[in-house]
Design a protein around this ligand. Structure first.
Ligand SMILES: NC(=O)c1ccc[n+]([C@@H]2O[C@H](COP(=O)([O-])OP(=O)(O)OC[C@H]3O[C@@H](n4cnc5c(N)ncnc54)[C@H](OP(=O)(O)O)[C@@H]3O)[C@@H](O)[C@H]2O)c1
Length: 379
C-alpha cells in the first residue's frame, strides 16, 4: 500500500501533462487511454472536457485520500492534439500522434446507464463486453446478444453475466446502444433485415472494417451512428480505436462510445476521411510489429541467446519502448537520441537499420496498406 505522498509522486508526471487538456474544437483529434484504476476513474470521469486546473483538483482529492491499491499503473492524463499538428498533410501525422495517457470517462452514473446489445457475438464483441463489464463501465446485466450458430459463443457471453436472447430483433428491441459486430460482408443483410425495427431512439455503433458511414445510413435508414475502427490488441485490453460520428450522433453518444472503447484500450476521435489511413496504420500495424518482434528475436538467437529468452526480451522491449513514448510524451526521436551514446552499441545498430531503410520501409508499409484499403472499399 502506498502512502499518500508516494501516490502523489507517482501521479506527478501525469498531472503535468494535464496542462495540455483543452476543450475539443472541430478539426482536432483527441486521444484517450485505458480504463484506469477505479479510484482514478471516479476522480477523473466527471472532469473530461473541463479545464486542466479543475481536472487536477478533482483528480487529486479522491486519490490522495483513497485507501485503494496502487494507482501508479493507471494512466491519467489527457492531451488534445493541436490543430497545427492535426493539419499536417501526411500519414506521418498518425505516427506522430503517439498518445500520452489521458483520463477515461468514469462508469456511467445510474441515471446515465444504458443497455448495450451486440449484433454478432464474435471475438471482438466478446472483448468489448469483457472490458466493459470488468472495468465497471456497465454492469454485465446491461449487455445482451443473440448468438448466431455456434453455442460456444452463447456460453462465452453467458459466462460474463450477459443476457442471451433468441434473435437480432430481440437485441434491437432490448438495447439502447447497438453494436454491429458481424463480419463486414454480412452487415448489409443484417441492417436491411432490422431496418423496420430501428429508430433514432437507438444509437448504432459499427465496428465493421471498411464499411462506410454512408452505407450504414443507407442500409439502416438511420443517421444516429458512430463508426469505430479498433484493432486486434483489443483481445488484451490494448486496442487503438478511432471513432467518427454520424450526423445525428450527439455528444452524449460520443461519451458513451468513448466509455465502451476505453474499456479495451485507447480511443481517438477523427473524421471518417482518415479511416483508410487508420486501417493502414493501427489496423494493420500489429502485424508489422509482430514481424519486428520475430526478427529481433531471430537476431538474439543469431547472437547466441536461447530462443525463449530472445523472444521474451524482444516483446518486452517493444512493449517497454511503446510505453515510454506514450507515458513520457517525448518524441520518439528524442528518446532514441537519449540511448545512443557516441561510438556506442546502439548507434551501431541504428546505423544498420538506416542502411536497410527501416523507417522508409515502415512508412511504405503504412501507405501500401492504406492504398489497398482504399481499393477494397471501392469494390
Ligand atoms: N477482431 C478484431 O480485432 C477486429 C478489428 C477491427 C474490426 N473488426 C471488425 O469486427 C467485426 C467482428 O469481427 P470478429 O473478429 O469479432 O469476427 P467473428 O469472431 O467472426 O464474429 C462475427 C460473429 O458474427 C456472427 N454472425 C454471423 N452472421 C450473423 C447474423 N446474421 N446475425 C448475427 N450474428 C451473426 C458469427 O456467428 P457464427 O460464427 O455463429 O456464424 C460470429 O460470432 C468485423 O466486422 C470486423 O471487421 C474486428
Amino acid at each position: 500500500m502506498l502512502t499518500h505522498e508516494q501516490r502523489f509522486l507517482c501521479l506527478l508526471p501525469s498531472l503535468r501533462r494535464m496542462k495540455s487538456v483543452t476543450d475539443h474544437t472541430p478539426g482536432e483529434a483527441r486521444v484517450e487511454t485505458n480504463v484506469p484504476h477505479a479510484s482514478c476513474r471516479q476522480a477523473l470521469g466527471p472532469s473530461v472536457g473541463t479545464k486542466p486546473q479543475q481536472i487536477q483538483r478533482k483528480a487529486l482529492q479522491p486519490l490522495l485520500h483513497s485507501e485503494s491499491s496502487d494507482p501508479c499503473q493507471q494512466q491519467l492524463s489527457c492531451q488534445t492534439i493541436s490543430s497545427r499538428r492535426a493539419a499536417r498533410p501526411s500519414l506521418l501525422r498518425f505516427l506522430a500522434m503517439a498518445a500520452p495517457p489521458q483520463p477515461t470517462p468514469a462508469p456511467l452514473a445510474a441515471d446515465a446507464a444504458f443497455r448495450l446489445g451486440f449484433l454478432g457475438a464474435g471475438n471482438l464483441a466478446e472483448s468489448i463486453a469483457r472490458g466493459v463489464a470488468a472495468s465497471g463501465v456497465l454492469p454485465a446485466s446491461a449487455i445482451r446478444t443473440a448468438p448466431h450458430r455456434r453455442p460456444e459463443r452463447a456460453a462465452a457471453f453467458a459466462s460474463l453475466g450477459a443476457r442471451i436472447l433468441d434473435s437480432n430483433a430481440q437485441v434491437v428491441h432490448d438495447s439502447d446502444v447497438i453494436v454491429i459486430s458481424v463480419k463486414p460482408q454480412i452487415v448489409k443483410q443484417v441492417l436491411v433485415e432490422l431496418k423496420p425495427l430501428l429508430s433514432e431512439e437507438k444509437l448504432l455503433v459499427s465496428i465493421a472494417a471498411g464499411i462506410k458511414m454512408k452505407d450504414l445510413q443507407d442500409w439502416s435508414g438511420q443517421r444516429r451512428i458512430i463508426r469505430v475502427m479498433p484493432n486486434t490488441p483489443s483481445a488484451v485490453g490494448q486496442a487503438a480505436s478511432v471513432m467518427c460520428l454520424g450526423e445525428m450522433a450527439t455528444e452524449k453518444d460520443e461519451d458513451r462510445v468513448k466509455s465502451l472503447f476505453s474499456a479495451i484500450g485507447k480511443v481517438w476521435t477523427a473524421e471518417e476521411k482518415y479511416f483508410d489511413a487508420v486501417t493502414g496504420l493501427s489496423g494493420s500495424g500489429p502485424a508489422y510489429i509482430f514481424l519486428a518482434i520475430e526478427a529481433m528475436a531471430d537476431g538474439g538467437v543469431a547472437a547466441g541467446l536461447p530462443r525463449d529468452l530472445a523472444l521474451g526480451l524482444a516483446s518486452q522491449t517493444v512493449f517497454g519502448a511503446a510505453t515510454m513514448v506514450s507515458e513520457t510524451g517525448k518524441h520518439p526521436g528524442q528518446l532514441k537520441d537519449q540511448v545512443t551514446s557516441p561510438a556506442g552499441t546502439t548507434i551501431a545498430g541504428v546505423h544498420e537499420l538506416e542502411k536497410g531503410s527501416f523507417r522508409g520501409t515502415l512508412i511504405n508499409a503504412v501507405v501500401a496498406a492504406t492504398t489497398r484499403c482504399r481499393e477494397l472499399s471501392k469494390n
